[in-house]
Design a protein around this ligand. Structure first.
Ligand code: CO
Length: 188
C-alpha cells in the first residue's frame, strides 16, 4: 500500500471515526506487511528529502484506520529525553495495544497536538494522563510487551490508541477555555 499525504484519510472522511477491531495473532502476512509499511512511513516522514520526494507529512505515529484499515495496529517512533536529559529513542510496531493503567496526574503538550488526518489547526491543550502502562504484541521485538510510558511517549500512545475508538485529538480540547491549565498537570 502506498502511504502518503494523498492516501491518508482525513477527518472529512467519516471512516476516520470508525472503531478498529483487534487483530488475530500470529499476524497474517497481510497485517504484518501493513504494519511494516506504516512504520516505514513514520521513519521516512522525518527524513526531509524522502518527505519531500514522497509527499510525507512528518509524524511520530500512525494508526491503521488512517490508511482505511479498521484494525488495532499502530506504529510509533519517538525521540525524547530521560530524566537526566539523555536522548532516548522509542520505536514500536504495536498489535492490539491496550492501556492497562493511567495516572491520575495529567499532562499536555504546550504546543498542542497535530495529526496526519487533520489538516486545519486546532488550538488548545489536549489533556491526557501523564503516565500510562500499555500491553501489546510488538512486531519489532516479536513478543508481548508492557510499556511504561511517561510524558511525551505517553501522550503519543494515547493519541494513537484514541484512533482505535475514532477519537481525534481536538475532541479533547475544552472549547470554552482551550488553554486552561488543569491543576497539577505537567506541561511538556
Ligand atoms: Co493522529
Amino acid at each position: 500500500m502506498v502511504i502518503n499525504n494523498d492516501t491518508i484519510l482525513k477527518d472529512n472522511d467519516p471512516f476516520i471515526r470508525h472503531e478498529s477491531v483487534p487483530v488475530e495473532l500470529p499476524l497474517s502476512a497481510e497485517d504484518e506487511t501493513l504494519l511494516r509499511e506504516m512504520f516505514q512511513y513514520v521513519v521516512d516522514s522525518t527524513d526531509e528529502e524522502k518527505a519531500e520526494k514522497y509527499n510525507l507529512r512528518p509524524a511520530v505515529g500512525i494508526s491503521a484506520i488512517q490508511v482505511g484499515v479498521p484494525k488495532q495496529l499502530t506504529a510509533v517512533v519517538v525521540d525524547d529525553e530521560d530524566k537526566n536529559g539523555n536522548p532516548v529513542h522509542y520505536e514500536y510496531m504495536l498489535v492490539n495495544p491496550k492501556i492497562i493503567s493511567s495516572s491520575v496526574q495529567k499532562a499536555y503538550l504546550s504546543s498542542g497536538e497535530g495529526c496526519l488526518s487533520v489538516e486545519e489547526e486546532h488550538q488548545g491543550y489536549v489533556v491526557r494522563s501523564a503516565r500510562i502502562k500499555v500491553k501489546a504484541f510488538d512486531l519489532i521485538s516479536g513478543k508481548n510487551i508492557e510499556i511504561r510510558a511517561r510524558d511525551y511517549l505517553a501522550i503519543v500512545l494515547q493519541h494513537e490508541l484514541d484512533h482505535f475508538k475514532g477519537i481525534l485529538f481536538y475532541d479533547h480540547i475544552n472549547h470554552d477555555d482551550p488553554f486552561s491549565h488543569p491543576p497539577g498537570a505537567i506541561e511538556i
